[in-house]
Design a protein around this ligand. Structure first.
Ligand code: HEM
Length: 129
């Protein structure tokens, strides 16, 4: 039986497994591989992000909207709904492979919502250029 997502260790496993898939993906891997230098730092930051998202607390401090606008600028505005769709499908796939339960549904829903929000902000940010 698969386990439920209960603590930081579970979130850390989720994040590491997810990024292994992302980095290997032909269509979106290069955005990450060419941007992120300190992978250990990134994986811990993303663990902070999802841990805070799920269980509360203040570990994550950052501005995902600004970060994604910068990534879109750096890559010549090549981020499209296709990239967000691939990201989300890898997220869903990782969650379903490793875990079950209510927190799986919550993390799917929150990522879907945030993806929509980030993309709409990227689109808006392009008007300024
Ligand atoms: C679909 C939902 C997505 C979510 C929830 C999400 C979430 C995040 C978060 C929380 C960070 C860390 C921000 C920080 O540094 O504080 C991040 C970083 C990053 N994201 Fe996303 N992301 C999504 C989609 C994407 C997509 C589609 C791409 C590219 C095609 C992307 C590329 C990146 C890159 C390259 C970084 C690292 C930026 C840097 O360290 O300079 N993300 N993402």
């Amino acid at each position: 039986m698969k386990k439920t997502i209960e603590n930081r260790d579970d979130v850390n496993l989720l994040v590491r497994s997810f990024y292994a898939k992302v980095r290997a993906d032909k269509e979106i891997g290069f955005f990450f591989n060419e941007t992120i230098q300190d992978w250990e730092g990134h994986l811990e930051k993303l663990t902070d992000f999802w841990e805070t998202n799920l269980f509360g607390g203040k570990k994550y401090k950052g501005n995902p909207i600004a970060v994604h606008n910068e990534v879109d600028e750096r890559f010549g505005h090549r981020i499209s709904p296709n990239e967000f769709g691939i990201w989300l499908n890898l997220w869903f796939e990782t969650l379903d492979e490793l875990f079950e339960g209510e927190n799986v549904a919550i993390l799917k829903r929150r990522a879907r919502k945030m993806g929509t929000f980030l993309y709409m902000n990227i689109f808006e940010n392009r008007r300024k250029e």
